[in-house]
Design a protein around this ligand. Structure first.
Ligand code: ADP
Ligand code: MG
Length: 320
């Protein structure tokens, strides 16, 4: 069943044939370079993320989830800029070309590529210890990108979705498993870790509403910290307002759930700031998009991040 195939066969069979098609691509996979046109009136937003086993995903993560997550993590960066996804490139280093592994990896990768009608425009394939590097390219109308540097005192701080779920799932996988937990909750939380949903439509809607944005890949405190630093401001956030899923709340103490929401990575939600005058527009767009925006704090002139209502916790297993 495990069959070795050659690199060019691999590129043709698994990549070229699934690459998708978009206008503005003059030349896709197959030559020395791709040739691309950025539509008039738009800027090109570009981002790269690498995924390594044991660093960015647990070693026994399924190839489907690895393929999915490699693209999802990159798309999350486009979402945070308010960019519309267009193209991707894929640099793959594989220990060997294993047919079953590749098929599943591609199924995960292309499920997301197709969801956003993107085109895979090139890449590289080499032999070595597993590593996946994806580069994404998106369009944003000139001058409309959401930067980290735009937050102003009095702006309100929001996050999308719920926080801490992926962090719980990672601890669950790494620290050992317990059977008391409800199976639906485990499935939900593992799904949050393995198949994060990049917040593309939210990012697009926020273009004209938010003053600054970032995606939460390293934990809220760290990532909001980047906005504060770039914007040269500070913030107070209310830890009791951090949005928690019921799956998370059901399976751990409030203290630990809040700690995960504040500091665990991998959620790929957005954290953004809005001037108070844009509140009505934000609420309207939340209804239109049917998505969850939660106010968690306010930007202040005084430098630093001040979490209100936090209880210090020592090391504990996250599901107790
Ligand atoms: P070169 O040696 O000129 O860099 P390659 O043989 O590496 O060319 O690649 C041939 C074509 O296949 C190129 O267009 C390249 O972009 C594409 N390609 C190679 N690997 C991948 C990959 N993992 N994903 C997408 N396209 C790829
Ligand atoms: Mg090459």
């Amino acid at each position: 069943m495990y069959m070795q195939i050659k690199e060019f066969e691999f590129i043709d069979k698994y990549l070229s044939q699934n690459a998708g098609k978009r206008k503005n691509v003059l030349l896709g996979i197959g030559d020395d370079c791709a040739l691309l046109n950025v539509p008039a009136g738009y800027e090109l937003a570009v981002s790269t993320d690498s995924l390594l086993p044991a660093v960015h995903f647990p070693k026994d993560t399924s190839p489907y989830d690895i393929g999915y997550k490699a693209l999802a993590a990159n798309l999350s960066d486009l979402a945070a800029m308010g960019a519309e996804p267009a193209w991707a490139s894929l640099a793959l280093t594989l220990p060997k070309i294993n047919k079953l592994w590749i098929e599943n990896f591609c199924a995960g990768f292309f499920s997301l590529l197709n969801k956003y009608s993107m085109q895979l425009i090139g890449g590289d394939t080499t032999k070595g210890p597993l590593s996946i590097t994806v580069q994404v390219f998106g369009f944003v109308p000139k001058g409309k990108a959401l930067l980290r540097s735009g937050a102003k005192p009095q702006d309100l701080i929001y996050v999308t979705g719920t926080l801490g779920d992926a962090g719980w799932a990672l601890d669950y996988l790494l620290q050992g498993k317990e059977t008391k937990i409800n199976k639906n909750d485990i499935d939900y939380l593992l799904q949050k870790l393995n198949r994060p949903q990049p917040k593309i439509k939210e990012g697009l809607a926020l273009r004209d509403i938010a003053s600054a944005a970032i995606d939460i890949s390293d934990g809220l405190a760290a990532d909001l910290g980047h906005i504060l630093k770039s914007s040269n401001v500070g913030a107070t956030i209310d830890v009791d307002n951090l949005p928690l899923s019921s799956a998370l709340s059901n399976n751990t103490t409030k203290k630990i759930a809040q700690k995960l929401a504040l500091s665990a990575g991998d959620d790929y939600e957005l954290c953004f700031t809005i001037p108070p005058k844009n509140l009505v527009r934000l609420e309207k767009s939340a209804k239109q998009l049917n998505c969850r925006f939660t106010k968690i704090g306010v930007i202040e002139k005084q430098i630093g991040l001040r979490p209100k209502g936090i209880t210090q916790t020592g090391y504990e297993h996250t599901w107790r």
